[in-house]
Design a protein around this ligand. Structure first.
Ligand code: 4NP
Length: 165
């Protein structure tokens, strides 16, 4: 159990492409904003095929090219206990979100939403699954995730300032 003020969980299907990218990018954005001590971050997948695996090599290469090292991350599956620990459960696409919502306790009072709700990218609500596509897809994932991460940091800054005001 973390002692952080806010606990955030990123969710995709395999936890080897999109959610580890969000995990690594968001941690870097928190460091830049000096919020790391207040916020705990993790990521997971709704599927179990890749449990224990490091992020996909294409994901790691695309992230490293922008300065994010994802090599320490290991895939895990979403668990029902996550509802008890996480204040924000942020899904990459509608299918991931529906898979989490179907198991949510009726009294879960955290936020269950799409990560791109925090992005300023218009006309796009999901981070597309890059697994079966080309290299461009991994770059696109990074750009979308950088945008949503910046939006989420701003949102949390407002929330935390509001709490202490
Ligand atoms: P992710 O991508 O959900 O962004 O980690 C995928 C990884 C693996 C598979 C699908 C999507 N898969 O079918 O194994």
């Amino acid at each position: 159990m973390s002692n952080a003020r806010v606990n955030i969980l990123f969710v995709c299907l395999g936890n080897i492409c999109r959610s580890p990218t969000a995990h690594g990018v968001f941690i870097k954005k928190l460091q830049d904003a000096e919020l790391s001590d207040l916020i705990h971050v993790d990521s997971c997948g709704t599927g179990s095929w890749h449990v224990g695996a490091e992020p996909d090599q294409r994901t790691q290469a695309a992230a490293m090219a922008r300065g994010y090292d994802l090599s320490d991350l290991r895939a895990r599956k979403f668990e029902d206990q996550d509802f008890g620990q996480y204040d924000y459960i942020l899904a990459m696409d509608v299918r991931n979100l529906a898979d989490v919502i179907k198991d949510a306790p009726y009294d879960y009072d955290g936020k269950l939403q799409l990560f791109l709700d925090y992005s300023d990218v218009e006309h796009l609500s999901e981070v597309p699954d890059p697994y079966y596509g080309g290299r461009d897809g991994f770059d696109r994932v990074l750009s979308l995730i950088e945008s949503a991460s910046e939006g989420l940091v701003k949102h949390l800054q407002q929330d935390l300032i509001g709490e202490t005001a």
